[in-house]
Design a binder for this molecule. Structure first.
Ligand code: MG
Length: 174
């Protein structure tokens, strides 16, 4: 569904992955968030590398553009994306964003992870994500939350990420 190009567009993305013991004990892949390896005995079960943060951000950008979502563009039924670096998915969203005449105004993301704490990795993740999108790190914000030991997330059995982005049409006076 196409529209005229408004000066700003907002997008929201959410992703969740179950966490299991790392292979070979379980099906968990190494825990990667925003392209940064986070040491943990558990990791995400997923078709690609399971980077929930990049998946949520990719869907936020695609959503802002009114484009098909990450599952439609990169179906988990395709062996092509098995173990794929999720930076590929984000790069596609960024390419569509630029093609539509927009740039990232800012992104705000919340990682919900009972353990380990995300704080020691925050700066590295912000820098990495900003590099992938091609913006200064100041435009990418990240917050870490626990789930207060409630439910499956609170029991450490999953990682969830919310992402909100604002896209700005290029050439609009700031
Ligand atoms: Mg995902």
């Amino acid at each position: 569904m196409k529209d005229e190009q408004p000066p700003i567009r907002i997008g929201h993305g959410f992703d969740l992955h179950r966490l299991e013991p790392l292979a070979p004990e379980g099906k968990g892949r190494p825990l990667i968030l925003g392209g940064v390896r986070v040491e943990h005995a558990l990791g995400p079960v997923g078709h690609s590398d399971g980077d929930a943060l990049l998946h949520a951000l990719t869907d936020a950008i695609l959503g802002a553009l009114g484009e098909p979502d990450i599952g439609e563009l990169f179906p988990d039924s395709s062996p092509k994306w098995s173990g794929a670096d999720s930076a590929i998915f984000l790069a596609e969203a960024v390419s569509r964003m630029r093609g539509a005449g927009y740039e990232l105004g800012n992104a705000d993301m919340t990682v919900i992870l009972q353990r380990p704490r995300i704080a020691p990795h925050k700066d590295a993740i912000r820098l990495r994500v900003a590099g992938l999108v091609g913006v200064p790190a100041a435009r990418v914000n990240l917050k870490g939350k626990t789930h207060e030991e409630l439910d499956a997330l609170g029991a450490g059995r999953g990682v969830a990420v919310h992402a909100v982005v604002l896209l700005l049409r290029k050439g609009i006076p700031k």
